[in-house]
Design a protein around this ligand. Structure first.
Ligand SMILES: Nc1ncnc2c1ncn2[C@@H]1O[C@H](COP(=O)(O)OP(=O)(O)OP(=O)(O)O)[C@@H](O)[C@H]1O
Length: 259
C-alpha cells in the first residue's frame, strides 16, 4: 500500500553565508508517496541539487519544513537518518584505497557495530546489491581502476546495500551511454515497484524520464509541478518549460524536437 514518505511544507530552499541569504526556490510544498520512481527536472541552476540537499538534511531550509515519515528531517540522529534515506552523488570520491566491494559494504555502516563487523545479513544485502547492479565482475578492483559509469553503478549498489525506504540520486545517468541509462532506470523502476522503495532522481534526460518515471517534479522560475508524466503532457506543462526558439515539445509523441 502506498503511504506518504516525504512531505515538504512551504519550503524555501537556498544558502546562508554570514548574514546573507541566497533564496533558490520558495513555496515548495510536495507530498511524495512510497513505491514511486520520481524524476526531478529543471534547467541548469534552477535548484535541483539544492532541493535534494535540503530534503536529505545536508543543508537546512531557509524556511518551512521537511518531514520524512512524519518526522522533521532535522530531528533525526545521524544513524537513524541513514537507515531511512540514502543519497547517491555524482561527485568524485575522496582519495582512498577502497575496493568496489568495500565501497558497497560501506552502505551497511548504519547497521554495524563500532568494530564494523559484517553479519551474515549484512553480507547478504551487499551481495544482493552487487547482483542487482551487475557489478560482480569487478568487485575486487580499486574504485579508481573503473570507469565513471561503472563507479556510478557502484555508488548505487552502496545505496541499495543501505536498504532505506527512500533513495535519492543526483544525476545518476550522467556518465552512462543510452543502453546503460535505460538499464539503470529499469532497475530503479523495478526496485520501486517490487520493494515499495521511493526513488527520487534528478536528471536532464527528459525524454527518458517521461517514459520511465511514475511521477515528475518540475522546477521552473514561476512554479513547481508534480504529477504523472501523461498528466503533465496533457496539461501542456512541457510546452511552457524549456521554451526556446530551437526546440519545441510535440505532445503527440511526448518528445522535444529541434525546430
Ligand atoms: N553553496 C552555494 N552557495 C550559494 N549559492 C549556491 C551554492 N550552490 C549552488 N548555489 C546556487 O544555487 C542555484 C541552484 O543551484 P543548484 O546546484 O541547486 O542547481 P541545479 O538545478 O542542480 O543545476 P544543474 O542542473 O546545473 O546541476 C544556482 O544559482 C547556484 O549558483
Amino acid at each position: 500500500m502506498s503511504k506518504t514518505i516525504l512531505h515538504t511544507k512551504n519550503l524555501t530552499i537556498g544558502y546562508t553565508k554570514g548574514k546573507q541569504k541566497t533564496v533558490v526556490q520558495t513555496n515548495v510544498s510536495l507530498t511524495l508517496n512510497s513505491g514511486k520512481l520520481i524524476a526531478l527536472i529543471g534547467k541548469n541552476g534552477i535548484g535541483k541539487s539544492t532541493f535534494l540537499k535540503t530534503i536529505t538534511g545536508i543543508i537546512p531550509p531557509l524556511d518551512g519544513e521537511v518531514e520524512l515519515n512524519n518526522k522533521n528531517i532535522l530531528s533525526f540522529e545521524t544513524n537513524a537518518l541513514a537507515q531511512e534515506l540514502s543519497l547517491v552523488l555524482t561527485e568524485a570520491l575522496p582519495s582512498s584505497d577502497l575496493t568496489v566491494y568495500e565501497i558497497v559494504a560501506l552502505g551497511r555502516q548504519p547497521y554495524t557495530n563500532w568494530l564494523g563487523i559484517l553479519t551474515d545479513e549484512d553480507k547478504a544485502k551487499i551481495n544482493e546489491a552487487i547482483a542487482l547492479t551487475e557489478i560482480g565482475n569487478f568487485i575486487h578492483k580499486k574504485h579508481y581502476e573503473i570507469s565513471d559509469g561503472q563507479l556510478q553503478k557502484v555508488m548505487i549498489a552502496r545505496a541499495l546495500a543501505q536498504d532505506t525506504s527512500l533513495i535519492i540520486l543526483d544525476e545518476p545517468t550522467t556518465h552512462l551511454d543510452l543502453v546503460h541509462k535505460v538499464t539503470l532506470l529499469k532497475l530503479l523502476q523495478k526496485l520501486t515497484h517490487e520493494t515499495n522503495k521511493t526513488i527520487i532522481y534528478s536528471t536532464h534526460d527528459l525524454d527518458l524520464a517521461i517514459q520511465m518515471a511514475d511521477d515528475m517534479i518540475i522546477f521552473t522560475e514561476d512554479a513547481i509541478f508534480n504529477d504523472q508524466p501523461c498528466s503533465l503532457i496533457s496539461n501542456g506543462v512541457f510546452d511552457k518549460i524549456f521554451q526556446n526558439e530551437n526546440i519545441i515539445f510535440d505532445p503527440t509523441i511526448g518528445k522535444f524536437k529541434v525546430t
